[in-house]
Design a protein around this ligand. Structure first.
Ligand code: UTP
Length: 414
């Protein structure tokens, strides 16, 4: 059977006849490209993910317990010094690297371009989110006399724009030899009937496979090998959209080393028991971030003997790993969650349809779903006003306006 025939058989088997029609209309070059793309699609997986969108999520019987944490504000000076010394040694010895996850679509913010190219209106002149991150790293390099490698994860969709932007801005003064931009994997988007969608480029529409894709993409891109070559032992992974993200927190790093754990995370306490954020817990003996919708109300309100919420530590995408931990999770398949989103497409008559309502499913894995592969995690509670100024929504909570206020307040204090 020739290649085309083989591809047609597969498409027929998985009820994707509209793609066969397209294949038949394309010129030879375009057809070859489309066949190549189809070859890389795991149709069995996509069918299963689509079928799962129709199923009610079952919460399995689980044992949920609080997870221990240390409050950075409350640890003794002696303990803090001990952690800081351990952390500082790691950074100074060149064993520390940072990864920025910048492959998201930023749909809620609605900025036309990669999120890192969004300019936050601070101090009159404004600063780009990538600029804020670069400044944070440059400062750490100065303080610890280090040259921290900076890995930036992009999506296929925003890679070129991101690289062009960083080049144009000379990496905001960060040594280009210590910046590695890599691209994460994608999965096809399907419509409400489970059909693959066709994009304007006459290819199947695909989208980044979620921030949980960071681990496997670090491996497949060669970044993990590069880290090993550079002698990296600890890796920080953070988001692109937190204007107060501290990527080099030696207390967190030293605490992880002291506690001899493979993973660690900075948290901030929930603003109130009912805030809609994921919180850390132990589920069936393993660390986990539990969504607010899965945490029974009674538990969400429970306090300990000191009046602190038992399940109050929110996950703020401020995570730390040993290189062995990344090795391990980069080989583990994570579960996929589906998101119902708006996606434009080309219909059978070749016209572009731009929907005003969600019309399709995107499949994503989440970075924190890897925590359960470990027995333990070290959590350090930071402070919202020092550590967390997310830029998520166009307006209201976690918007450029709130991030600007938090950023300026922090820097006016420091
Ligand atoms: P979010 O899950 O908040 O997504 O990403 P987002 O793309 O920024 O925004 P919405 O949901 O479309 O409005 C948290 C972090 O994970 C990264 C984002 O770039 C951000 O730093 N991310 C998300 C990826 O790197 N890849 C993905 O596939 C998804």
């Amino acid at each position: 059977m020739d290649k085309l025939q083989n591809t047609i058989e597969i498409l027929r088997e998985y009820n994707q006849e509209h793609v066969i029609d397209l294949l038949e209309k394309l010129d030879e070059d375009k057809r070859r490209e489309l066949i190549k793309q189809i070859d890389n699609i795991d149709f069995h997986q996509i069918t299963e993910l689509y079928n799962n969108t129709k199923k009610q999520i079952e919460f399995k019987e689980s044992k949920i317990e609080p997870l221990e944490y240390l409050d950075k504000e409350k640890i003794s000076q002696e303990q803090k010094n001990q952690f800081d010394k351990l952390g500082e040694e790691i950074v100074k010895e060149g064993q520390y690297a940072v990864v920025t996850m910048a492959g998201g679509q930023g749909t809620r913010l609605g900025h036309s371009g990669p999120k890192g190219t969004f300019k936050l209106d601070v101090y009159g002149k404004g600063k780009y989110l990538f600029e804020i991150l670069a400044e944070n790293l440059k400062e750490a390099n100065r303080e610890y006399n280090a040259r921290i490698p900076w890995y930036i994860m992009t999506s296929k969709e925003n890679n070129k724009e991101t690289v062009d932007f960083l080049e144009k801005n000379s990496y905001f003064g960060y040594d280009k030899n210590n910046v590695v931009v890599f691209t994460q994997s994608e999965l096809p988007i399907v419509n409400e009937q489970g059909k693959l969608m066709i994009g304007k480029d006459l290819k199947i529409k695909e989208a980044s496979d979620g921030n949980g894709g960071t681990y496997s993409s670090l491996r497949s891109s060669g970044c993990l090998a590069d880290m090993k070559e550079r002698g990296i032992k600890w890796i920080f992974i953070g988001s692109v959209d937190n204007a107060l993200l501290k990527m080099v927190d030696i207390t967190l790093l030293g605490m992880a080393k002291y506690k001899n754990v493979q993973i660690a995370s900075k948290s901030v306490v929930k603003a109130n028991p009912h805030e809609k954020v994921g919180v850390f817990c132990k589920m069936n003996g393993h660390p986990k971030v539990i969504e607010y919708s899965e945490l029974p109300i009674k538990m969400a309100e429970e306090v300990d003997s000191e009046g602190e919420l038992k399940y109050g530590e929110s996950h703020i995408m401020c995570n730390l790993y040993t290189i062995e931990a990344i090795e391990k999770v980069s080989k583990e398949p994570l579960m996929y969650h589906s998101a119902y989103k708006k996606n434009s497409y080309i219909d059978e008559s070749g016209k572009e349809v731009i929907p005003s309502e969600p019309n399709s499913y995107k499949f994503e894995s989440f970075i924190f779903d890897a925590f359960e592969f470990f027995d333990d995690i070290a959590i350090l509670r930071g402070k919202r006003e020092d550590d967390f100024a997310p830029v998520k929504n166009k307006e209201g909570v976690d918007s450029p306006k709130t991030a600007k206020e938090l950023y300026e307040k922090f820097w006016n204090r420091s």
